[in-house]
Design a protein around this ligand. Sequence first.
Ligand SMILES: Cc1cc2nc3c(=O)[nH]c(=O)nc-3n(C[C@H](O)[C@H](O)[C@H](O)COP(=O)(O)OP(=O)(O)OC[C@H]3O[C@@H](n4cnc5c(N)ncnc54)[C@H](O)[C@@H]3O)c2cc1C
Length: 435
Amino acid sequence: MNTQRPRIIIIGAGFGGLFAARTLANQPVDVLLIDRSNFHTFTPLLYQVATCALDPSEIAYPVRTIFRKNRNIRTLLGTVTDIDYANQVVMVENGRQRLQESYDYLILATGSVPTYFGKDVFREHALELRTLNDAINLRNHILELFEQATWIEDEAAREAMTTIVVVGGGPTGLETAGAIYELYNHVLNREYLHRNLQTRVVLVEMQPYLLAPYPEKLRQAALEQLRSLGVEALLGSPVQTVDEHQVVLADGAVIPTYTLVWAAGVKGSPLAEMLNLPLQRGGRLPILPTTEVSDRPGVYAVGDMTYLEDESGQPYPMVIPVAQQQGELAAQNILAEINGREKRPFRYHDRGSMATIGRRRAVAWIYNKVQLRGYLAWLAWLALHLVTLLGFRNRLNVFVNWVWNYFTYDRSVRIILEQGRGEEVISKKRLEIGD
Ligand SMILES: Cc1cc2nc3c(=O)[nH]c(=O)nc-3n(C[C@H](O)[C@H](O)[C@H](O)COP(=O)(O)OP(=O)(O)OC[C@H]3O[C@@H](n4cnc5c(N)ncnc54)[C@H](O)[C@@H]3O)c2cc1C
């Protein structure tokens, strides 16, 4: 009799992978959860780390802590470099070692990466906001340029230093542009008094509107709120060229700047290519409604890296609830397969979407029915993000910080860390507390 329990590997401890692992906790299976970071990142608040409102550790949670009570879940800190689907083995780089881990079932949940829509040369000059390290790099960059701007005599260079261009009119672009504007005008300008620094935040979107999936009234409300805050929104003109000193738009507008934040779009994680299957639009891996990958037995995939269409033929959006619900379903379907039960297809429970633009400014489309804007939408946004953040201590810290920032207009986390060392610092801090 075979007494070995089925072995399930989950690659990625983001939203999809985490929900899959939670569903498999305490089930009669052995789970190995692999991620290249030792923490889970709450992406909706990354922009608040980048703009000095929150400490990185407040939006990151150690993966080991999440599963410390679940004996059937082990975690491995490492980067998956290849998948041998014929022999059901995953190759992992773990510091100095190369490990080979075999599986009976595999769940891919490695998310997405920024895309430059074929203009990869932009990347050389762009700052991204995809990981915690990106957020810390952006924070360093903004603070360093402000320090330099205070001392430079050349007026044109000084203005370019305090001009930020954010590309992308989706929620991330709006939230980042709004928060940078508030950081400049409510915080930094009050502290850099010996020179009156002119600041400028420009949001560029190639479509003639913001927030593409939202109803027209909310798009308009978002634009009005952004402009009333002070952000310049340039719509309908894509970025044409970028270099170290400026961004040039298709309509000929030239914006002198040293800071281009790219929030214009994402494509499926490169791991999707490792299964040697044709990919869909945006480098996304096609999956069946059960979240299985066809022609790759035992392989499931969830979240941003996947492509699945709803009843109307539209692909499910690359958002947290889709990743979470698919992660849960993949795990349930694996258990069903093990127990000889029928697998279920994906049914998306869409609770709507929201985006904040700055203090007391937001838009919300609840259950894709109720439209809110302004203060009420902003309160709804705050409440939702507090509730969904992982860990009581993080929730408490974030709440205290928000209340403090709201009443004092302060941003407490204004430390310039050495470039690229941010995640090491977090990991060290978390290891001391968590492990
Ligand atoms: C700045 C920002 C703000 C966002 N705001 C919102 C929002 O407000 N609401 C919303 O619904 N969605 C938001 N999103 C989108 C949301 O983050 C994604 O839809 C969601 O994270 C997808 O979950 P996932 O599990 O597919 O991937 P992720 O959560 O990205 O997880 C992928 C995981 O895989 C790991 N990984 C990747 N490659 C490897 C490898 N080779 N080896 C090992 N590990 C690997 C990564 O470290 C990561 O932990 C935002 C995204 C960003 C970037």
